[in-house]
Write a protein that binds this ligand. Structure first.
Ligand code: VGL
Ligand code: ZN
Length: 230
């Protein structure tokens, strides 16, 4: 059921809580959030960090160009969610060594994000809060999953935590971010794509930009830390 987020402020007022939005925090720093009717964080919001793992960073087994640049941006977003005491979720690709998506098994990818390997770890510079929920996906040989919702309990966990709107960033724009955003929308969540905190594989030139347009076309809002409207 669609949720009207204009109610968020009222909820806070009703429970006598201070409304603490992204803009409050940003006003205290030199960053500015684009003007948006959804720029204030409120109860029911969650951050989902998608597949920011060593193998997807430059030099990794499936390195995404400039993939490392999302890390400091995501750390900023994490800080806002932490200060607002809102939940943070992190998905990770977590494959067996003979996973069907690997070229040796007829898939299209080099071996990557093998469970427990160094390449599957989150980079040490990514400051994932200790109480974050980690969602492992594509953990069995015969199934791939680009979406953090596929074959996981993510939707259920978000719902039981009262989450209605998810802010999504990470890697890669044209695969796991795209499919996680699409499933989040299908599951009835409002979605804000963190446009500055995503990077694309771009197997075909323009894949990343097409993915962004597709997500927006399906109903995702966008937000970024700096600059003009995204
Ligand atoms: C991904 C390719 C293969 C991703 C995962 O996280 O976007 N891409 N497996
Ligand atoms: Zn994978």
């Amino acid at each position: 059921m669609p949720v009207d987020h204009s109610q968020c402020t009222d909820d806070y007022a009703r429970y006598g809580l201070r409304v603490r939005g992204l803009n409050d925090y940003l006003n205290r720093s030199d960053l500015s959030m684009q003007t948006s009717n959804i720029s204030d964080l409120c109860q029911g919001d969650a951050l989902i960090i998608v597949d920011v793992q060593n193998d997807f960073l430059p030099g990794g087994a499936l390195g995404v160009s400039q993939g490392d640049q999302v890390v400091p941006l995501l750390n900023h977003y994490i800080q806002y969610f932490r200060k607002a005491e809102l939940p943070v979720y992190a998905t990770r690709d977590w494959h067996p060594s003979d996973h069907c998506s690997f070229t040796a098994q007829g898939g299209i990818w080099p071996p990557h994000c093998i469970a427990d390997s160094e390449g599957a770890q989150f980079p040490p510079g990514l400051l994932i809060p200790a109480n974050s929920l980690i969602v492992s996906k594509a953990t069995t040989r015969n199934q791939d999953a680009y979406s953090g919702f596929q074959g996981t309990c993510l939707a259920q966990q978000l719902r039981s935590a009262g989450v209605r709107r998810v802010f999504i960033g990470g890697l890669a724009t044209d695969y796991c971010v795209l499919n996680t955003v699409k499933d989040a929308l299908k599951e009835g969540f409002h979605v804000v794509l963190l446009k500055d905190a995503i990077r694309a594989v771009n197997l075909n030139p323009g894949d990343g930009n097409r993915a962004i347009q597709e997500m927006i076309g399906l109903g995702a809002a966008t937000q970024q830390l700096e600059g003009l409207a995204g």
